[in-house]
Write a protein of this length. Sequence first.
Length: 82
Amino acid sequence: MIKVELELLIDAAEWRKTDYIQPHEYIVQKNHPELFPALANALENDNDIYSETFKGWTYQYLVIGNYKYWRINDVINRELIL
């Protein structure tokens, strides 16, 4: 899937907000059958993914637009980049 198509799916999704640990938004796999696998694939295979450690855990991140995205099991999170 090309990034333009992925961005359209991202923009159409209903992201839930949370302040758990830090303010961010997330989607759950079962509620987004098109977006979740496409975004999960990008988080594993995109040339621009990078790793960072947060609270002792290392995650793969990908920046798309004004957000950075990361996956934890069946949840994909995003945080606005200021």
